[in-house]
Design a protein around this ligand. Sequence first.
Ligand SMILES: [Zn+2]
Length: 337
Amino acid sequence: MATTPVHCTIDLQAPGKQVGRLELPRSNNTSGWSHLFVPIVSIAGESDGPTALVVGGVHGDEPEGQIAALRLARETAPGDVTGRLVVVPCASPEASRAYTRLWPNGVNFNRSFPGDPDGPADRQLAHFFSTVLFPLADVVVDMHSGGRSGLCPPWSEMHWVDDPAQRRAMVDAMVAWGTDHHFVYIDIAGTGLLVGEAERQGKVVVSTELGGGGHVTAATHRISQSGLANVLRHVGVLRGEARARETPGIIGRATDVENYLLAPESGLWETFVDLGERVTAGQPVGQIHFLERPDREPAVVCAQNDGIVFVVRAIATTDQGDNVAVIAREVTVEELY
Ligand SMILES: [Zn+2]
């Protein structure tokens, strides 16, 4: 095991079900001698099989994956598992309590990887993931959603990776979620993502954006939970047959910067298009109003490619450079292989 300042209270090699926590040293205004606790659950099966790491709550305003992970951790018994299931249901607990995307100190935990044992708390925790948890895992599931700022249909997703065998396994795992939409993306907002480091280590990585807009419907909870269980059956970590849809959901590929539409100016965003709508290049998808300048014409934002609306901005208040929509090109499973 690599040298780490993070203490794990359970033995991740031990049999059976264990509930514990990761403890990070910290010192703050309310306690000079303190630890930040991050819950962790390990469930080892009674036979050999792969290991899956399931992570929720990297961002605190994305409750869908946290609830699916909490239910999975609580409701799964060792007899349900082959190999091992390791669950970190709420990776950023202080952000979850605040219901904010970022940690209270402004850190985006999804830009903290691969981490640093001598860095601040987020980088120490990322380093523990990178050097202890990822090496244990064959499969890494990282559940996100649109949070308060983005509205999207609930989908499973994957980062584009160049290795064909890894990519094919990730495509199959993405489709196994059983959502009506799937998404293939690139990073347009910086490096240091959890999935990027897990992919670099050769893991089969499947992620999600499970709706968003600051609220969660019952249908979203259902697909979050059933999809997670189905992926874990698909990769052989949970017992039972994975269910396969007759045809995958709609797969959107947004691996060009032009797919991501950014606000040209600050103002109030008005959306013209609905999620799932097909649009053509040059078509207006929304406009920015200027609350202090009723005499000014709004700034119209147009699609830069033919495609399907996968994301629209969920909140009107918009700063220059904020993402206002994502227009993905529809592709097939075979095209991704
Ligand atoms: Zn997120």
